[in-house]
Design a protein around this ligand. Structure first.
Ligand code: SIN
Length: 327
């Protein structure tokens, strides 16, 4: 009898050991936007590809709409090991590196092709490793697109937003950019923007067509102007402890899945930028304007002095490399 009990216990413990050994690696991917956005779609594609490449070995759980962490908490949570992946906007890393402030400089990139060229250049690729001392590793860049301005009054020239309160991401460059046109910038998490606009606690905000559409900002703003004055792109990041703790072949398969998911997200970004702008126009809720070359010149002249203010922190060489990508 004793022998039988011992063998049952041995089998049970072997079974639970095997189950424990077979438990998939859990990757929590936290982001703040809706699922019908370039980032939302990229995260879901990554889940599909990663789980197909590593069946039973990896489980990716995607948390959209700030369900798990907000912009202001996700990177710290990652350092603590509470979340494995996120893709904050490049404007949200300034606590971890000053170099990425480059991407916030107004009117730096002429178009998304130039952004692509820079991000794929040796200088752009090196920036993915710029936060390793802070235990964060960049796995790739993802596009959203160029930013536009929205408000409850028409916006054509810098004078139109003078004295107005504008929500910005947590970036000192963006703060300086709005101060340069005498507006009042307020750093607020993305999750609060709709309510701030709806309650008129702020007058306006800057964002891409896809975020303005998917988060319904256009429903609570009467005007939008296509200024293309800055970039909103992302860096997909993970913690170095998690990433370098993986087996080499698992890491390689996850990187491949990520590269493909990013290509998918970038294709969606290009398409959505136009589609979502058109949906906003068609809604009739927001009047969408564009600016003339002369009005654009006024914005450039007012905002470009910001470059000089951040040149030392970013590095003149990096700004030069980015400018070269404009061709
Ligand atoms: C995002 O696209 O992830 C959010 C952008 C913002 O905070 O405005």
């Amino acid at each position: 009898m004793k022998a039988l009990v011992a063998s049952v216990l041995a089998c049970a413990s072997l079974l639970s050991f095997n189950q424990a050994a077979a438990a998939p690696i859990e990757i929590k991917f936290s982001h703040v936007v809706a699922e019908n956005t370039p980032k939302g779609q990229m995260a879901l594609k990554f889940k599909e590809l990663a789980e197909a490449a590593l069946p039973g070995e990896v489980e990716v759980k995607v948390y959209p709409n700030s369900q798990l962490f907000t912009d202001s908490t996700v990177l710290q949570a990652m350092q603590l090991g509470d979340v494995e992946m996120a893709a904050p906007s490049l404007s949200k890393f300034q606590k971890y590196t000053k170099k990425l402030q480059l991407f916030d400089l107004p009117f730096l990139f002429e178009d998304m092709e130039a952004v692509d060229r820079f991000q794929n250049s040796p200088e752009g690729q090196k920036l993915l490793k710029s936060m390793e001392s802070k235990l964060l590793v960049g796995l790739g860049y993802l596009h959203n697109g160029m930013k536009q301005l929205t408000a409850n009054d028409p916006i054509l020239t810098p004078a139109d937003i003078s004295g107005k309160k504008y929500r910005i991401m947590t970036s000192d460059v963006l703060q300086a950019q709005f101060e340069a046109v005498q507006a009042i910038p307020l750093k607020k998490p993305f999750s609060e923007v709709f309510t701030l606009l709806q309650t008129k606690a702020i007058d306006g905000q800057e964002n891409t067509w896809s975020n303005i559409y998917s988060k319904k900002f256009f429903e609570v703003q009467d005007y939008a102007t296509e200024t293309n004055h800055g970039l909103l792109d992302y860096m997909v990041v993970t913690s170095s402890e998690f990433w370098y703790g993986l087996e080499d072949d698992v890491r390689a398969k996850l990187q491949k899945a990520m590269d493909e998911a990013i290509a998918h997200g970038n294709a969606i970004a290009a398409q959505k930028s136009e589609e979502d702008k058109q949906k906003i126009i068609d809604s009739g809720k927001t009047e969408v304007s564009s600016i003339t070359a002369e009005q654009r010149e006024q914005w450039v002249n007012a905002m470009k002095p910001v470059w000089k203010m951040f040149e030392d922190e970013i590095g003149a060489d990096l700004i030069e490399a980015a400018l070269k990508s404009n061709k």
